[in-house]
Design a protein around this ligand. Structure first.
Ligand SMILES: [Zn+2]
Length: 155
């Protein structure tokens, strides 16, 4: 199995991981999405169907010059295989990772701390993280970092 397939399988399991673990401890939980109470909490629901996560992703995707596809696996395939210069492709992947990270963090903070943020506030934090990540490439690959930075700030 190649590395991408491996990562995808881990990604497929993500949203059920936590609730399955709780169930195995004999504690009561259910699989309903705690964010909207309207659907089962699956990966596709959390990262794609949930209006909140798509607003974050669409705003960031626009800035990263990605097509804001919001269906899986079409998006993953698009991000990995789009034919564009490398800085643009890496920026797209980075942006998607950061969008997922913030969606997952928001889900956890609502679940465990009853702490809610707006999608705008999250998008601002996510954009700052993307900027920092790009800067962190500067030592190892200054040309790539500079090209990604240009793309990010010029859109
Ligand atoms: Zn939901």
């Amino acid at each position: 199995m190649d590395k991408d397939q491996d990562k995808r399988r881990a990604f497929d399991k993500l949203p059920h991981l936590v609730s399955n673990r709780i169930l195995s401890l004999g504690l009561q939980t259910n699989s309903i999405c705690i964010l909207c109470n309207l659907a089962d909490e699956t990966r596709d629901h959390l990262f794609f169907d949930w209006n909140f996560s798509s607003m974050i992703w669409e705003a960031l995707a626009r800035k990263a010059r990605c097509s804001p596809i919001s269906t899986c696996p079409q998006l993953l395939q698009y991000l990995q295989q789009r034919s564009c210069p490398k800085p643009e492709r890496i920026l797209g992947l980075l942006t998607w990772q950061v969008a997922m990270y913030y969606t997952w963090t928001e889900r956890n903070s609502r679940l465990h701390r009853q702490c809610y943020r707006s999608s705008n506030s999250i998008t601002v934090s996510a954009a700052a993280m993307i900027r920092n990540k790009i800067s962190s490439f500067r030592d190892s690959n200054p040309r790539l970092a500079s090209a990604m930075f240009q793309l990010w700030v010029s859109s």
